[in-house]
Design a protein around this ligand. Structure first.
Ligand SMILES: *Cc1c(COP(=O)(O)O)cnc(C)c1O
Length: 594
């Protein structure tokens, strides 16, 4: 190597070219020189800076959309859960809970029968028509609440037997229709546009008001949020959109934010009125706010947010405002004519740019229909989906679904025609009068109080003296299905047309009175069963456990083999009475299906 003639005459060991070494030497020298003047080695300095910047970026990108506090909490509990002992303990509790949930679900599906069985394979030959009808009747008999006698809060928005028959006929006529094909089924499209126009009129829109019929309140809300997100991004250059909703706004807004990958901030309430704190909302507005929301009324306590004030902020800050009238829209629209004064909540207010109202609630339309209205087409256009380049054709759909049931639209249309203005005024009068009567009576029951000032059809109860879920549990035993609310602990009853039948409201109030009186004899008695579960679930700091348990519940809804999912149930090793009873019965029923 020594006599090798090369431009790199100072080649050293390893064959590294000399000039590289020379530069290397120089760099070392430079480094040494600089280092003499710096407290840290520059390499560390530069590298360190890079790592810190990367770190900040990493964590910033992981700040959860639901807020930093929630994120820190999550991280903390995630860390705690890595401790083996804690992890084992939690796993044990969750598996016990799973068994209880599945035992309860098995009971529900079993009904009055001795055994539980599921059809898990398609029948070899089609079944006899009458057999199918008998089976449907049998399936529909499951469940122990007498909803048709008014025992259930909300849930069933029944418009009377005559309407049921009309809708059955309409469904039969329109079973195969689909507004995705306007050229084939222009009739259902015409019905849809008439439903929209009628609703626009009811909510004081003008000729610019436009909208769509959707599959329900949740879809209406998702579409409104989507339209405003895209409007803000495209027309106003907002890159990190965020919506502001009252804490009492429907969970569909959280679902929308999650699906559409945007931020959502929850505005607190004024405690006394159970309506959104307008000043708090104003303070939470930022340059990223793309939508303000208020409910008329909100699901939990049935109170109407101050839409006039929210609309005014919308105008002032140039932010679209959505009124969620999903629940009560088709009562509010008729309340003035029925003799009840209500605050403005709809397009009468300048600044309200959209309204969602569920026809499948107090519109009494078949389940699966809601109306979303915009004040102007410029918003609605951002709701549309159009893809000009699909090989399957130029594809466009106004809502989330592709194909849609024309039969539901026809049923909704038929229902509006069936009631007419006079019919809805009548149903509204009955429902609101009954609600107010119940509210006045409940306000006199010692030991509980009515939350806020409900004006429509929902009455929420809480107590300063005892665990309110005990009242719910006791009423369940008397056949009433109430809704459990949380933060704070409370329950509500949402009146439908079913509760306007003679005697129902009286029976309900009487049952509440006697039950509360009973509980007040020993207000501090421990809560058990469902009551204990609801109370405890609010105090579990790690909300991810609640999420996990809820997933187990939803899995159980889809379970068709309760033996294999829960072997303890099958071999009867449980000591719990209810579970054991279930397992014995199930054991027999299973043989046929596996
Ligand atoms: C019912 C309801 C909705 C939407 O619920 P869906 O079950 O999707 O129809 C939205 N907001 C409020 C206030 C509601 O009560």
């Amino acid at each position: 190597m020594a006599d090798c003639v090369s431009p790199y005459s100072t080649v050293a060991s390893g064959g590294t070219p000399g000039f590289v070494i020379a530069i290397g030497d120089r760099l070392v020298n430079i480094k040494d020189t600089i280092n003499r003047w710096l407290p840290y080695e520059p390499v560390i300095l530069i590298g360190g800076t890079a790592i810190i910047i990367h770190g900040i970026h990493y964590f910033a990108s992981r700040i959860p959309r639901d807020g930093t506090v929630a994120g820190v909490k999550r991280t903390f509990f995630k860390a705690v859960k890595t401790i083996p002992f804690v992890r084992r303990q939690i796993a044990k509790e969750i598996s016990k809970t799973k068994e209880e949930i599945e035992a309860g679900m098995a009971d529900l599906f079993r009904g009055d029968k001795q055994e539980i069985s599921f059809i898990t394979k398609i029948p070899c030959d089609g079944l006899d028509r009458q057999d199918i009808i008998n089976m449907v009747a049998e399936y529909l008999e499951l469940g122990h609440y007498k909803w048709d006698e008014g025992a259930v809060s909300g849930t069933v928005y029944h418009g009377g037997k005559d309407l049921t028959e009309l809708n059955a006929k309409v469904y039969q006529m329109s079973t195969w229709t689909n507004p995705l094909h306007p050229d084939v089924f222009p009739g259902v499209c015409k019905m849809e546009s008439e439903i929209v126009r009628i609703s626009a009129d009811l909510f004081h829109g003008d000729s610019d008001t436009c909208g769509t019929v959707t599959s329900g309140g949740t879809e209406s809300i998702i579409l409104a949020v989507k339209a405003y997100r895209d409007y803000a991004m495209k027309e106003r250059g907002i890159l990190h959109p965020e919506i502001l909703v009252p804490v009492t706004a429907h969970a569909a807004f959280d679902k929308a934010a999650m699906l559409l990958n945007i931020g959502i901030k929850h505005v607190p309430l004024v405690e006394s009125s159970c309506t959104v704190d307008i000043n708090a909302m104003r303070k939470m507005i930022t340059k990223n706010t793309v939508m303000l929301v208020g409910s008329a009324p909100a699901f939990p306590h049935g109170c109407i947010d101050n839409m006039a004030a929210i609309a005014e902020m919308g105008v002032k800050y140039n932010i679209p405002v959505h009124t969620d009238a999903c629940l009560g829209g088709f009562l509010l629209a008729f309340m003035p004519s029925a003799g009840f004064s209500i605050p403005d909540f709809d397009f009468k207010l300048r600044g309200i740019t959209s309204i969602s109202a569920d026809t499948h609630k107090y519109g009494f339309a078949p389940k699966g229909s809601s109306v979303l209205l915009f004040s102007e087409k410029k918003f609605k256009h951002y709701q549309y989906f159009v893809t000009p380049d699909w090989p399957g054709g130029l594809y466009a759909s106004p809502t989330l679904a592709g194909s849609r049931p024309g039969a539901i639209i026809a049923g909704c249309w038929a229902t509006l025609m069936y009631f007419g203005m006079a019919g809805y005024i009548e149903t509204t009068k009955k429902i609101v009068t009954t609600s107010r009567w119940i509210e006045q009576r409940l306000r006199k029951v010692p030991g509980v109080y009515v939350m806020g000032s409900p004006q429509v059809s929902v009455i929420a109860l809480a107590s300063k003296h005892f665990d309110i879920y005990r009242l719910q549990e006791a009423l369940t035993k008397k056949g009433w299905s109430m809704n459990a609310l949380q933060f704070p602990s409370s329950i509500h009853f949402c009146l439908t047309y079913c509760q306007t039948e003679p005697g129902v409201a009286e029976r309900f109030v009487k049952d509440v009175e006697t039950t509360v009186a009973e509980i007040m004899k020993d207000p501090n008695a421990p809560s058990t069963g469902q009551a204990a579960i609801y109370g405890t679930s609010q105090t579990v700091p790690d909300r991810s456990i609640i999420t996990e348990i809820t997933a187990i519940y939803m899995d159980a809804l889809y379970e068709t083999d309760f033996n294999s999912s829960c072997p303890q149930l099958a071999n009867g090793s449980q000591t719990d009475n209810k579970v054991k009873k279930g397992s014995d019965k199930r054991g027999k029923g299973k043989k046929g299906t596996k």
